[in-house]
Design a protein around this ligand. Structure first.
Ligand code: PMP
Length: 367
């Protein structure tokens, strides 16, 4: 197949077409270099320039204050569950507070608990992860003595999100897994301790995490950590201690440029994302007896829209009929079922419009 489908893949997710086209143009021979981005030295002028620009562009897009540093760590977001625990070690008097709003928060909680004392500050598990806590609930739930407070800003599987960054008690650093809504809109980095994102949704290819670290926090890391699990290694060596994922960082740099030059920044990206998500939620709300949204309205994700149909058979038919029209990867995660559509930054508006039209015609034909 050479035609591109409209892929609603949860991750690795769709990348901007102009980025893919630039990669295609440069994959065999970079202008002025004469070699592929897959073949060049990570210490050569081309890549060190790419890395610097990627950091600068991400810093400008997110308006990152001087207190924070951007590094690229291999191993994806799951590696960050472990790195956070190792670099900000909890103890019995200062446990890691964890807010669990879905499967990924639960995964972070499990790993933090393997590596130190934790406190389950809030969990949406009993309610089936249909919402995030309100700011008022969180004030009561987070403890002032915690080493850190960990949240997942957007739950990729359940489709719930924090509409704004939660507040933590004074002195407790907020650690946020922003993997599936990174770069989808502005983020107040000044209010965070550590922010990390597996790149493969909104930022680029899989296998690397973009990590934004408040530098003073890292002074608390114990000596003797494995070199590659110590944030200081990445900060001191500008993400070039060992061979970094060169190709992935090159693509992240292209995506940052696309956001800056073609989208016009993260505020403009947020407006587009709100519009795209509203098209799908409007279809759900227009047919309450047929489409049942998973998330409570105040917690609805702009990136992963999740819903059920009246029965499993109809859900299967929905996914099959949609795929026949080139609308692919709509099956919900096996743990939740139903339908999940991931509409990351690079999903074009006409892809979402096509899905909304399909939802309408499917409802008319089957209800
Ligand atoms: N956190 C969130 C919110 C995710 O969506 C994912 C992956 N889907 C992960 C963590 C794990 O990422 P990785 O596979 O890069 O370890």
């Amino acid at each position: 197949m050479t035609e591109r489908v409209v892929s609603f893949s949860p991750g690795p997710g769709v990348l901007p077409l102009p980025v893919l086209e630039q990669i295609q143009a440069e994959i065999v021979s970079l202008p002025g270099v004469g070699a592929s981005p897959l073949e060049v030295s990570h210490r050569g002028a081309w890549f060190t320039g790419v890395l610097e620009r990627a950091v600068d562009d991400l810093g400008a897009l997110l308006d990152i204050p001087d207190t924070h540093r951007i590094v690229f760590c291999p191993g994806g977001a799951s590696m960050q569950f472990s790195m956070v625990a190792l670099n900000l070690p909890a103890d019995e008097r200062h446990p890691a507070d964890v807010v669990v709003t879905g499967s990924w928060g639960a995964a972070a909680h499990r790993e933090l608990t393997r590596l130190g004392p934790t406190r389950l500050a809030w969990s949406g598990s009993d309610a089936g992860y249909t919402r995030v806590p309100t700011p008022e609930e969180l004030v009561g739930a987070l403890s002032p003595g915690a080493r850190l407070a960990h949240v997942t800003t957007n739950e990729t599987i359940h489709g719930v999100r924090f509409a704004s960054l939660p507040s933590t008690p004074s002195g407790v650093p907020l650690v946020a897994d922003v993997s599936s809504d990174f770069l989808s809109g502005p983020l107040d980095i000044g209010r965070t301790g550590i922010v990390y994102a597996g790149a493969q949704k909104n930022a680029g290819p899989a296998g690397v995490a973009v990590v934004i670290v408040r530098e003073d926090l890292i002074g608390r890391a114990p000596d003797g950590l494995p070199k590659l699990l110590d944030y200081r290694t990445y900060i001191e060596h500008g993400s070039l201690y060992n061979t970094p994922p060169v190709f992935a960082i090159y693509v992240i740099g292209l995506v940052a440029r696309w956001l800056r030059d073609e989208i016009g920044g993260l505020e403009s990206m947020r407006v587009r994302n709100e519009h795209k998500a509203a098209l799908l939620y409007d279809e759900i709300d227009a047919a309450p007896g047929f489409y049942r949204g998973h998330a409570e309205p105040a917690s609805r994700s702009l990136m992963n829209v999740t819903w059920r149909l009246p029965d499993d058979e109809l859900e299967r038919t929905f996914v099959e009929e949609a795929a026949a029209q080139g609308l692919t990867e709509l099956r919900g995660h096996r743990s939740v079922g139903g339908i999940r559509t991931s509409i990351y930054n690079a999903m074009p508006l006409d892809g979402v419009e096509a899905l909304a039209a399909f939802m309408r015609s499917f409802r008319d034909r089957h209800s």
